[in-house]
Design a protein. Structure first.
Ligand code: G1P
Length: 289
């Protein structure tokens, strides 16, 4: 069966990034670099690799610098051109998408992830869409979103990317109640946001990648408050389960929680270890298992 293609992605980027203060006092956490690229760029590149065309950023106050990142930097480009720094010029221009393919909408109040996604409802405009949380940097070949689009082409409906976590870690994540498993695809029978480890229905935790049907917006519209007093995406997704296909994809790759200092550091080290220009020097400092 032909499923409606996934051409849009919503990237919620309104969060305050308090865990990285003071670094994030004047710059958004999504602009923190991992090696040479800001986190937001990894998410956009992963989306483009998956064939997604329209990028929707749900921003907040003090996030304007991300618009600049995806625009021309005329002064810089002119200087690089004059100096004949072609490679640097190329890199600086590499994130220029065709005009109109990237849009910005503001989440004006911090009411939760579900509310952030709902803020993009006019831009997703009745189409199925992907969501990526740029804090979750995922290294995969192919990228996690591409793996998910492939699963979606097979199953349709809704797909969340999951990974196994230790039972005591389940309280940090959305967790699935698993049904029938086929390879790395698992039928989702239920979803709960940040359960107490004793109550967690499994240890399959959602990482920040989703493919969702537009009906999720209707559930978000109800503004039901859930875990942590926030409007949770997980709760709205849970209400789709009875009426639409819903699967988890235990993706292949490695996820780094770049919303935490240790996760961000590990992402840097892991990417550097794979870069021939850095790997040898890095090994003098760190031993990798
Ligand atoms: C969000 C989601 C949660 C998911 C997690 C993945 O939580 O609400 O379901 O497991 O991202 O990173 P947050 O980390 O924003 O609290």
């Amino acid at each position: 069966m032909q499923h409606r293609p996934i051409k849009k992605i919503v990237l919620p980027v309104a969060g305050l990034g308090t865990r990285f203060l003071p670094a994030t006092k004047a710059i958004p956490k999504e602009m923190l670099p991992v090696l040479d690229r800001p986190l937001i760029q990894y998410a956009v590149e992963e989306a483009l690799e998956a064939g997604i065309e329209d990028i929707i950023l749900v921003t907040g106050r003090n996030k304007q610098v991300m618009e600049d990142h995806f625009d021309h930097a005329y002064e810089l480009e002119k200087i690089l051109q004059e100096k004949g720094k072609d490679e640097a010029l190329e890199i600086s221009r590499s994130m220029l998408l065709e005009e109109g393919r990237i849009s910005y909408v503001r989440q004006m109040r911090p009411l939760g992830l579900g509310h952030a996604i709902w803020c993009a409802r006019k831009l997703t405009n009745g189409h199925p869409f992907a969501v990526a949380l740029p804090d979750d940097l995922i290294k995969g070949k192919p990228g996690c979103l591409k793996q998910m689009v492939e699963a979606y082409n097979e199953y349709g409906g809704n797909i969340v990317a999951t990974m196994k976590v230790a039972q005591e870690e389940t309280s940090k994540y959305g967790v699935i109640t698993p049904g029938v498993q086929e390879g790395n695809k698992i039928e989702v029978k239920g979803l709960v946001e940040k359960p107490h480890p004793a109550d967690a229905p499994s240890n399959q935790a959602i990482v920040g990648r989703y493919i969702l049907q537009p009906e999720v917006m209707q559930h978000l519209e109800e503004r039901q408050v859930g875990a942590g007093g926030e409007i949770q995406l997980t709760d709205a997704m849970a209400r789709l389960i009875d009426s639409q296909p819903f699967h988890a994809l235990e993706f292949e790759g490695r996820r780094f929680d770049c919303g935490s200092k240790i996760g961000w550091l590990m992402a840097n080290l892991s990417l550097a270890a794979e870069d021939p220009s850095m790997a040898a020097q890095l090994k003098t400092l760190v031993t990798f298992k």
